[in-house]
Design a protein around this ligand. Structure first.
Ligand code: 1GP
Length: 239
């Protein structure tokens, strides 16, 4: 089954999706079994795998474990073209539309294309928009780009609309991993009402209420990284 079609169907049905982000670089291997059990018990519908800097062997090892121990679809969320594993189900083919660094707009995509052609990965073009979040996040640092001003709704809107016109299948509103402030609700609402494609929201969401707030604002997919990484009981302690 086509993962993107499922996301579109869910949006139509107003069914909300939840992705747990695993950064291969931060995995504590002794805890991985337990972590995957907790993911299977959680309301997560997808697993995202990626990070700013990831060793290839670690990525493959993590993917092998995930394929063995969970039936959830695994989607690569790569920081660069080295983070491609044929063991995943799909890849977010990202363009960092908030930035003006050509590497993240076209260079890395050109490098990745021939590699992806040799796999069966479902490629999901994603307009990736980094929003200023009160602290410098790894995405901004590693990509050497400026996030968009969180007050400048017009610019975020124009960026999302351009992303859709360019043919992207998803818009990802990103505050950055470990962000102090999550993407503002008002912004999520505006963007979700102004583009047809599904909206992913992530970065700095630390409790179940934050997830609900993003859903209510119009997010179709919410991504939880750090909060689950810090507390594998995240989804049962607060239920
Ligand atoms: C980062 O949006 C994701 O790319 C998740 O962020 O680690 O803050 O949950 P957190």
């Amino acid at each position: 089954p086509n993962i993107y079609q499922q996301i579109v169907e869910a949006k139509k049905e107003r069914q909300k999706l939840l992705a747990i982000l695993l950064d291969p670089d931060k995995i504590v291997w002794e805890n991985l079994d337990h972590l995957i059990i907790k993911i299977n018990q959680s309301p997560a519908t997808h697993i995202f795998v990626g990070g700013s800097i990831v060793q290839a062997t670690i990525l493959e090892d993590l993917m092998a474990m995930l394929k063995q121990k969970t039936t959830l679809p695994v989607i690569l969320f790569p920081g660069d073209p080295s983070q491609i594993s044929a063991q995943a189900d799909a890849i977010l083919f990202l363009s960092l539309l908030s930035g003006r660094n050509p590497d993240y707009l076209i260079e890395y995509q050109v490098q990745a294309a021939p590699i992806l052609k040799k796999t069966n990965l479902e490629v999901i073009s994603t307009g990736y928009i980094l929003i200023e979040s009160g602290n410098e996040t790894a995405v901004a640092r590693v990509s050497k780009t400026q996030p968009l001003d969180r007050q400048n709704l017009d610019l975020v809107l124009a960026t999302a609309q351009a992303g859709e016109m360019l043919g992207n299948k998803l818009i990802y509103l990103e505050a950055g991993s470990g962000a102090k402030k999550a993407v503002p609700s008002q912004m999520i609402t505006l963007i979700s009402q102004s583009v047809e494609i599904p909206i992913i929201v992530g970065g700095g969401i630390v409790d179940l209420q934050g997830i609900q707030t993003a859903y209510n604002a119009g997010a179709d997919v919410v991504v939880i990284g750090t909060a689950f990484e810090n507390n594998s009981h995240f989804f049962d302690t607060q239920g």
